[in-house]
Design a protein around this ligand. Structure first.
Ligand code: ADP
Ligand code: MG
Length: 383
């Protein structure tokens, strides 16, 4: 990476490298912006940024994936408007850092990522968090503030009403652990995963467009549900506050579609808590069952799945060693995550790949999901 940096910018003097991981969410989908619970793991797949002072008043950002170099006057950054391009992510983060009182120094940046874009493994948060670390360039900064600042960049500048999960896990991920995040209190706890199992992500190769209208529609439908349910239960401020039992008492008063959206969120929240318990007890059968229930709820109630995701789940479930499978991330494409016995993983990869190719004439990318650590600087020895 240092060599690529030198080649691009002519010098690598003073270069430092920062890494932020993508993530796979095991369970708790579309619950984060409803202030509920999620259970992601940080991945080995990550976005890495090399940065060095530019010395000429410019900020340059190069994406190897895009093979595009963009240049900005440092003094213009606070007033830049969104361009609806990939640079909105780092520029949005730079503006948020400036608003938090952090100065952005003229610098050259080189971005390299192994997180597939638009595949539900959160390349966007990996880009935001790695950009933030690159701009901070080793200066100390509160981790939780970093998380909320990156989320604000995506919400306010990129313009997608995302929850907190992706940025949070990219910062707080931990090797060998899943992380249960309470998206209201913004606390988390590490959740032990049973031995002898593994998680595999399979990519439909259908890129979702999270910024598309469906995501906004879901956010709006959830807000509508809260407004109606609060008329009966005034303490309800978000769907997080609604128990499955309470929901049943009000479901009939909600418009049919709104009721199904709310039912997904309410039952999904309950599933996250049951799943973490099952994981800590090593109850593999229950973990698998809850993942399938989550998928069906996303498929029929929340309606964010698609034919390719459903095919991958339905095809995986009868395979040897598979305990559970579901879509992961926002939906409308992207990846499934499958829980299976570790010794069954090689045969599973071959079989699911072949089945998908036969059905859709596309070879799915497959990623191991071993939990990695959250964002940090990479020292020379690790490069
Ligand atoms: P996801 O987060 O699931 O991958 P998003 O739609 O939220 O999907 O974010 C994908 C967007 O993030 C891309 O369209 C691009 O604008 C930006 N992005 C992510 N990684 C890179 C990269 N390495 N280089 C340039 N842009 C990137
Ligand atoms: Mg994203």
């Amino acid at each position: 990476m240092i060599e690529a940096f030198r080649k691009l910018y002519g010098s690598a003097e003073g270069v430092r490298v920062f890494r932020a991981p993508g993530r796979v969410n095991l369970i708790g989908e579309h619950t984060d912006y409803n202030l509920g619970f999620v259970l992601p793991v940080a991945l080995e797949l990550a976005t890495t940024i090399a940065t060095a002072p530019s010395g000429d008043g410019k900020l340059r950002i190069y994406s190897e994936e895009r093979q595009e170099l963009r240049e900005f006057d440092i003094t213009a950054i606070p007033t830049l408007a969104p361009t609806h391009d990939w640079t909105d992510y780092p520029i949005g983060v730079a503006q948020q850092l400036i608003a938090a009182g952090v100065s952005i120094a003229p610098a050259n940046l080189l971005i390299r990522s192994t997180v597939p874009e638009g595949s539900g493994l959160s390349s966007s948060a990996a880009l935001e968090v790695s950009s933030a670390l690159a701009f901070l360039n080793g200066r100390a900064f509160d981790k939780l503030q970093l998380v909320t600042l990156c989320q604000r960049a995506e919400r306010n500048f990129v313009g997608v009403p995302v929850g907190i999960m992706d940025q949070y896990i990219s910062v707080f991920g931990r090797k060998h652990s899943a992380v249960e995040i309470d998206c209201r209190s913004l606390n988390h706890r590490l959740v032990q995963l049973p031995g002898g199992i593994t998680f595999v992500a399979v990519n439909t190769m259908v890129k979702h467009a999270l910024s598309g209208s469906a995501y906004r529609d879901r956010v709006r439908e959830c807000a509508e549900a809260v407004e109606l349910i609060a008329k009966v239960y005034p303490n309800v401020k978000s769907l997080r506050d609604v128990t499955p039992e309470q929901f049943e008492t009000v479901a009939a008063r909600l418009p049919e579609v709104v009721a199904r959206r709310a039912r997904h969120v309410v039952t999904e929240n309950a599933r996250v808590n049951r799943y973490t318990d099952a994981s800590q007890r090593g109850d593999l059968a229950l973990m698998g069952k809850l993942m399938v229930e989550s998928h069906r709820s996303l498929q029929y109630d929340y309606e964010v799945s698609c034919a390719e995701l459903d095919f991958l789940v339905d095809t995986a479930l009868p395979m040897a060693g598979v305990l559970g499978s579901r879509m992961t991330g926002g939906g409308f494409g992207g990846c499934t995550v499958t829980l299976l016995r570790a010794d069954a993983a090689p045969a599973f990869r071959d079989a699911i790949s072949q089945a998908y190719k036969q059905k859709f004439d596309v070879t799915p990318a497959i990623y191991p999901c071993d939990p990695s650590d959250g964002a940090s600087e990479i020292t020379a020895g690790q490069l």
